[in-house]
Every structure is written in structure tokens, then in C-alpha cells.
Design a protein around this ligand. Structure first.
Ligand code: ME8
Length: 507
């Protein structure tokens, strides 16, 4: 199976982690967990972007030296990955020595290839975006993102980005799925077709960055250093390292639409110019707002993910973020929507199904998975929908269709609930006819088998809750491959405990 290298952006340390950071990390986690369960070789990278004027200013505002500030803040981001149960294999900090070495090696390679020259940059810069803007992009004295800009004039090294216009267009023509969703690909293509100008890639006005290897008066533009993180984590500059050989360019870069241009234009151009292949896929997801409004400190509506997790539990929060909005589109976060979604999908649909079925088996059937009798048409149909999930979910994940992934599982859960209502095992059990009793065992076997499938497939989204369901079902092997073998009758169940309590709505 193809190896999977899944990355998030490395986050700036200028403030505490928020819903947006949690979202990308969570989406990456779902994909990484899925591919591991599918048996693939996976590397999941996240980390922190610690250089640049933005972080230097935040450190100054906090009255701390940049390195001390970065050390303190990086711990908070590392803690975020733990609090959301992210299964990242690497947490990379750009202040690490290995990263300085990788960024400098890439620089030297670009320089040796004649891709870098020295000149003077005179133009607009927005520290908030860590981005240069053309005069034509300035609207009412601000960057198109609304960020304040300042005029800077300084000696700078430039990367010959203009030379990569045609190669980038050719590359994207030949690789139609390299940028997703499609609307984002079109945006990138029209940006490139609009003409690329050479890019200023060093600064002299401050020193909080990776030093330009051939000129200590300059530090690298923070995006040159930051983007390199994706190969630092694979052992670059050692291109023969086993990680680099295995995982580059098998990468899926997940990011928000705000930083697509850096990833889909600058990064592949740097790589091609250094003789390396561009990343296999870049997926730009949408933007979360809060109750329909942009989250901002001044509006006081920034969602603190950790308060939400404390209040409602981690897995309902994970499920909500993945299920509520099609991956790639914008979404509006509200606690009311989270409560509604948790109660309908988790407490009612999945929670009731597992609780009813497992308690029934526990109380009435020894407590063991019963031996099924002959299967009816109805039994076969339900089992087939559970078995078909394998292919359907594979396609969803391959397209990063994370919402669809949940929807497809829930279609099976709802079918299983209809099946319970139709088969009425509770009334059948009261019958005095032994054939009816055998039928109860068959129905419960079928349901337990469907619950096993569902819980195995919900693991990437809700690792803890799924694992509790599988514990109760007495299942040890939880890989996707384990579903190829039918549920073993006679397996002893553990005492069922409800996994998804209802959240009481407050007025
Ligand atoms: O841009 N909705 O870091 P950053 C959804 N250091 N996602 C959001 C979001 C929101 N409201 N707000 C933030 C940087 N994000 C650079 C990246 S990579 C080599 C360097 C997520 O801390 C989304 O993934 O500003 C976005 O792209 C990222 O956080 C920006 O994080």
C-alpha cells in the first residue's frame, strides 16, 4: 500500500491555539488514523513556526526573549495535540538545529542552481500575514486580508519565482488532482497565469530567523524556512534517509485556504528549483466562523476549543467538527449546533443502537455473541451494507471527503435501527416458540456484527468512544482487515456502559 505522509501547517506562536488550529490538526489525525488502520505506512507531522517578525513582536510584547517565548508557547501547542488526542508521529519546531540545517541546505541548493540573486526590496509587507503585497493589491491602505501593511526598503535576496510560471502551470496541468478542492485549484491557476514576480526571500531588519548560510547579515524570509519543515521532518538534507525515500513526495499537505498560495505556488517552485519533486497533494479546507461571525479577539467570540472539550467531551467535539461541514467549505461554529448534533447522531442513533443491543445480549444471552441461525433476506441486506462500507469509506478518505465518511457510516447505523424496529427481538423473546428464540439470536448476532463494523470505522473520528464500544464487544483486533473475518460467536461481552450520554439542552 502507498505510504501516507500527512501534514498540518506549522502554527505561529503569537497566541494560544484556537479552533482553527485544532480543526486542521484533527482532520489530519482522522486521515492518519484511517490509513494506519488500513495497514499503510503513515507519518503524521505537525509543529510550530517559531521565526519571523510576527513571533518576534509577540515575544517583545510579552517581555520575553524570542527563544524563551518560543519554548513556552511551543509547549502549549504540544499540549493541544494531546488534548485533542492527535496521533502525530512528529512535532517539529522550526528553532530546532536539524531544521536550521535543512533550511540552509535548501537555500544553498537554490543558490547553486542560480535561483537566488541579491537586490533591494521596496514594497509593502504585512507582519500579521508574514506576506509581501504588490501596490495593486493594497485596498484602503491595507492588505487584501485586512492586515495592516508597512512600507519596507531593504537589501534582500530574491528567488527567481518568475521563471517557474510555466513549469508550475505544466505541472498542474499534468497533475489535475494536486490541488483540491477544484475551486481552489482554479484560484491557484489564475493567480499563476496573472504573472509571477520574483520573491524577496531574506530580511535584514531583524534577526529572529534562520541565518542565510552565505550572508550572516540576512535571515531567511519566514515562509522559506517554514515550508522547508515538511522535508526537515523526513531527514532532509539527507535525501537517502529512509523517511525521505519512503515519504517524499507521497505527501498530503492539509491547510486553510488562507495559506494556499504559499503552499501551491512558492513551495512547489522552491522544490522544483532545487531538483526535488513537488508535494503530491495540497488540500485547502474552509474557514470556521463563530455563530456566523469572524472570530476575533476584539469581538470576544474566539472559540476556546478546550472549554468546549471540557464541557461536552472530546469525541463529540471531534465528531461535530468533522461531520458538520463538508471538508473544504466554510463552517459556522455554535454550541447549540454541537449539542443538537451530539444528541441526534451520537446519543440517539449510535448510542441507542449499541446500548440496546449490547445490554440485551449481556442480560439475556449468557453474555456471549450468539450463534446465528439461517440468515433472512433482511439480515443479509444489513450485513451487506456494513460490508460495503470498506470500499465507500476508502473512496471518501482518498478524496478527503471527511463529512461523507461520517454520513456513510451513519446510513448503516440508521438502517440497523430500522432493522431493530422491524425485527422486534424484544417481543420475540417473550414468545414460547423455540424457533423465535433462535431468531432472536440471529438478529442479535447480525446487530453485533454491524456494531463491530461501525465501531471499527468510527475509530479515526472518535478513537476513545469507538474503543470503548469495541471493548464492550470483546474485540481485540480492531484493524480494517479484522472485518474480513466474521464476528466470532461465543465471544464474551463486557458489561455495557452507555458511551454517548445525551446533553441536556439549557434554555
Ligand atoms: O499560517 N478556520 O500559521 P497560523 C479554519 N505559520 N482553520 C483555521 C482558522 C479558522 N478560522 N484559523 C486558523 C501559519 N486555521 C503559518 C503556516 S506552514 C509551512 C506555515 C488553521 O498559526 C488553518 O489550517 O496562522 C490555517 O491555514 C492555519 O490554521 C494558520 O495557522
Amino acid at each position: 500500500m502507498t505510504p501516507h505522509y500527512i501534514t498540518t501547517p506549522i502554527y505561529y506562536l503569537n497566541g494560544a491555539p484556537h479552533l482553527g488550529h485544532v480543526y486542521t490538526t484533527l482532520a489530519a489525525d482522522v486521515l492518519a488514523r484511517y490509513w494506519r488502520l488500513a495497514g499503510a505506512n503513515v507519518k503524521f507531522l505537525t509543529g510550530t513556526d517559531e521565526h519571523g517578525s510576527k513571533v518576534a513582536q509577540a515575544a517583545a510584547a510579552a517581555g520575553e526573549a524570542p527563544q524563551a517565548y518560543a519554548d513556552r508557547m511551543a509547549l502549549i501547542f504540544q499540549d493541544m495535540t494531546r488534548k485533542i488526542n492527535a496521533s502525530n508521529d512528529v512535532f517539529l519546531r522550526t528553532t530546532e538545529k536539524r531544521h536550521h540545517e535543512a533550511a540552509q541546505a535548501l537555500w544553498k541548493k537554490l543558490e547553486a542552481a542560480g535561483q537566488i540573486y541579491e537586490s533591494v526590496y521596496a514594497g509593502w509587507y504585512a507582519t500579521r500575514d508574514e506576506a509581501y503585497y504588490d501596490e495593486s493589491e493594497i485596498v484602503g491602505g491595507k492588505a487584501p486580508t485586512g492586515a495592516p501593511v508597512e512600507w519596507i526598503e531593504e537589501s534582500s535576496y530574491f528567488f527567481r519565482l518568475s521563471a517557474w510560471e510555466r513549469p508550475l502551470l505544466d505541472y498542474y496541468e499534468a497533475h489535475p488532482h494536486a490541488i483540491a478542492p477544484l475551486s481552489r485549484r482554479n484560484e491557484v491557476l489564475s493567480f499563476i497565469k496573472g504573472g509571477l514576480r520574483d520573491l524577496s526571500i531574506s530580511r535584514t531588519k531583524f534577526d529572529w530567523g534562520v541565518m542565510v548560510p552565505t550572508d550572516p547579515a540576512h535571515v531567511m524570509y519566514v515562509w522559506v524556512d517554514a515550508l522547508t519543515n515538511y522535508i526537515t521532518a523526513l531527514g532532509y538534507p539527507d535525501e537517502n534517509s529512509s523517511d525521505f525515500q519512503t515519504f517524499w513526495p507521497e505527501s498530503l499537505h492539509l491547510l486553510g485556504k488562507d495559506i494556499l498560495r504559499f503552499h501551491a505556488v512558492y513551495w512547489p517552485a522552491f522544490l522544483m528549483a532545487a531538483g526535488l519533486p513537488p508535494p503530491k497533494k495540497i488540500f485547502a479546507h474552509g474557514w470556521w466562523t463563530c455563530d456566523g461571525e469572524k472570530m476575533s479577539k476584539s469581538l470576544g467570540n474566539v472559540v476556546c476549543p478546550f472549554n468546549i472539550i471540557e464541557k461536552y467531551g472530546l469525541d463529540p467535539f471531534r465528531y461535530f467538527l468533522i461531520r458538520e461541514v463538508p471538508f473544504g467549505q466554510d463552517g459556522s461554529f455554535s454550541e447549540a449546533a454541537l449539542v443538537t448534533r451530539t444528541n441526534s447522531d451520537l446519543a440517539n442513533d449510535l448510542g441507542n443502537l449499541t446500548q440496546r443491543v449490547l445490554s440485551f445480549i449481556y442480560k439475556n444471552l449468557d453474555p456471549q455473541i450468539p450463534v446465528p441461525g439461517d440468515l433472512s433476506e433482511n439480515d443479509r441486506e444489513l450485513l451487506a451494507s456494513a460490508a460495503h462500507l470498506e470500499q465507500i469509506l476508502f473512496t471518501d478518505i482518498d478524496n478527503q471527503a471527511l463529512q461523507a465518511y461520517c454520513q456513510h457510516i451513519w446510513e448503516v447505523i440508521r438502517k440497523a435501527n430500522c432493522y431493530v424496529d422491524f425485527e422486534k427481538p424484544w417481543s420475540l423473546r417473550k414468545s414460547t416458540d423455540p424457533q423465535d428464540h433462535k431468531r432472536v439470536e440471529t438478529v442479535l448476532y447480525v446487530l453485533a456484527e454491524v456494531i463491530r463494523h461501525v465501531a471499527v470505522y468510527t475509530q479515526p473520528v472518535m478513537p476513545d468512544s469507538s474503543s470503548r464500544i469495541l471493548d464492550q464487544l470483546g474485540q481485540k483486533d480492531r484493524t480494517f482487515a479484522s472485518l474480513k473475518t466474521p464476528l466470532v460467536a461465543g465471544t464474551t461481552l463486557c458489561e455495557p456502559v452507555p458511551v454517548f450520554p445525551r446533553i441536556e439542552q439549557r434554555d
